[in-house]
Each structure stands twice: as structure tokens, then as C-alpha cells.
Design a protein around this ligand. Structure first.
Ligand code: NAP
Length: 261
């Protein structure tokens, strides 16, 4: 008996994450890549951009890709300046969306959340799809109850548009939630990183890096370092595919991969 495959559109399909997502969807037996969009390659053919991909026309806008291919789920890996409009487009089209792009302003999505709940589809937003990174955040949250003095160092490739990373911001929020806000300040604030919820975050941007984070706790006569490394963008794909599969059950906004693990 043939199983009905989930129809997927990838937004930002020609970017670093979008290409990996196209490959992962094409390799998944229970999914079908029915459409793609990317402003950089609008009007082109996916086969010319993603090795091994079939000939799918690249739309210039998500609205066109949804209209042309009627997907069950959109996966968005675009840019912080494009993502909010893409979420609104998916909602207008009553289509579930999995969002990996950073820069989502959750506080501005109340009406989209309500509409998605009422209409029976989902919006899953996860700043980090690497399962190891989710565990790193969970362990950091636990450690902060016992060792409240902590700083975060996040390291990413030099073309990353935002700093600090979404993962670092969430880690700081989880730590602050577990221990309360404590500014571990000190002299020379300009050399002490950004302050978020009382947690110092240091952002390193260098070619050669992918996505890495250390959470360093200090205590009496001891330190504890919790570190996660995404060595390759394939590290995000099991989490992305899990999210696509879970969209059947999700109504409204769900924030964070930990909510569906
Ligand atoms: P990238 O290589 O710059 O790719 C983004 C692509 O989206 C570009 O080709 C861009 O085209 C295209 N684009 C921009 N606006 C668009 C629109 N309105 N519709 C369709 N396509 C559009 O970026 P990346 O490295 O793949 O990262 C994408 C996002 O994912 C970033 O926000 C990054 O921080 C995030 N990320 C998340 C995770 C996670 O686990 N959640 C992991 C890694 C990265 P132009 O060149 O024309 O702008």
C-alpha cells in the first residue's frame, strides 16, 4: 500500500541551509519536494543549483510557490528581513510552516497564531534544529540552578547576518529563567560581550566555522563547560525532517525543537 507523502516547499532553497533541506526532503521516502523559491535564483531551475535535484522551477516569491504547488508544509531558511512576511504568506494560504530562519519577532505573530489555531494548521519556529544543541541548552538550564555565574561564547561562519545567534539568546533566556537575572559584569563593558537577560554573550565570526557554542559556568575552584558543535549543515536535517513530520499534529505557534522531541 503506498503511503501519502508530505508535500514540501522550501523557501530560500538556494541558500546554504535551503540546499541541504532540499536534499534531505528529496532523500526522505515519506516526503515530496513540490516547489521551491529563492529571490537570488528566481526563474532558474533547481537542478542547476542543487546537485542531484530534479528540474523544479525556482519561484521568486513564496506566495507563487504555494499557489503553484499546494504544499502541506513550507520550510523557511531565508533571511531575517524576509522571514516575517513569509510566515504571514503561509498563514494567508492556510499552510503549515517550519521556520529555521533567525530574527522572528514572536510578539508580532499573535493574530497569525490565533488564525492557525482556529484553522487547524501549525507554525513551528526553531532557532536551532540540531538535536545536540537542544540538549546543550537543556543541560545549561539545569547547571545554572547550581552554578549561576555563566558566560556564553557562540562561534559561527563569517556570513551569518545576526549576532548574537538565536541559539545564544534562547540559552541566556533559559538560564535566566532557571536562576533569575544576575549580571556578572565587571570593568570594561565594551570587551565583555552583549548582555541578554543578565548573561554575557560573546559572538565570534570566522570563515571555516559552521555553528558552535560554549556555555561556561564558574564556581568555587571549578568551571563547567558545555559545548556543542555543528560540524556540517547536515547536523540540522534530522531536526528539520522531524518538524515537517510533526506538523500534522501542531496547531498554532510552537517555539523550539525541544517542544516536539
Ligand atoms: P543564505 O545562504 O544567505 O540563504 C538564504 C537564501 O534565502 C538566499 O539565497 C536568499 O537570497 C534567499 N532569500 C532571501 N529572501 C527571500 C525570500 N523572501 N524568499 C525566498 N528566498 C529568499 O543563509 P543560510 O546560511 O542558509 O541561513 C538561512 C537562515 O537560517 C539564517 O537566518 C540562519 O541564521 C538560519 N539558520 C538556522 C539554523 C537552525 O537550525 N534553525 C541553522 C543554520 C542557519 P538573496 O541572496 O537574494 O537574499
Amino acid at each position: 500500500m503506498s503511503v501519502e507523502r508530505t508535500r514540501v516547499v522550501v523557501a530560500g532553497a538556494c541558500g546554504r541551509m535551503g540546499r541541504e533541506t532540499c536534499k534531505a526532503v528529496l532523500d526522505a521516502e515519506d516526503m515530496e519536494l513540490v516547489g521551491v523559491c529563492d529571490t537570488a535564483f528566481a526563474g532558474g531551475n533547481l537542478a542547476d543549483v542543487v546537485e542531484g535535484a530534479p528540474g523544479i522551477r525556482i519561484s521568486g516569491a513564496l506566495d507563487d510557490a504555494i499557489a503553484e504547488s499546494s504544499p502541506d508544509v513550507v520550510v523557511d531558511f531565508t533571511t531575517p528581513s524576509a522571514v516575517m512576511e513569509n510566515i504571514r504568506t503561509a498563514v494567508r494560504r492556510s499552510t503549515s510552516i517550519v521556520v529555521g530562519t533567525t530574527g522572528v519577532a514572536l510578539q508580532d505573530l499573535a493574530s497569525e497564531d490565533k488564525l492557525a489555531r482556529e484553522s487547524g494548521f501549525g507554525i513551528l519556529i526553531a532557532p536551532n534544529f540540531a538535536i545536540g544543541a537542544v540538549l546543550m541548552m537543556k543541560f545549561a538550564e539545569e547547571a545554572s540552578k547550581h552554578l549561576p555565574t555563566v558566560e556564553i561564547i557562540e562561534l559561527h561562519h563569517d556570513r551569518k547576518l545576526d549576532a548574537p545567534s538565536g541559539t545564544a539568546l534562547i540559552t541566556a533566556e533559559k538560564i535566566a529563567g532557571a536562576r533569575g537575572e544576575v549580571d556578572c559584569g565587571g570593568p570594561q563593558p565594551e570587551a565583555r560581550g552583549a548582555l541578554h537577560k543578565g548573561v554575557r554573550i560573546h559572538s565570534v565570526r570566522l570563515p571555516g566555522l559552521v555553528a558552535h557554542q560554549e556555555v561556561i559556568f564558574g564556581g568555587v575552584g571549578q568551571t563547567l563547560t558545555i559545548r556543542h558543535d555543528s560540524l556540517d549543515r547536515t547536523s540540522f536535517m534530522p531536526g528539520v525532517l522531524l518538524a515537517v513530520r510533526k506538523m500534522k499534529e501542531i496547531r498554532g505557534i510552537v517555539y523550539g525543537l525541544d517542544r516536539i522531541l
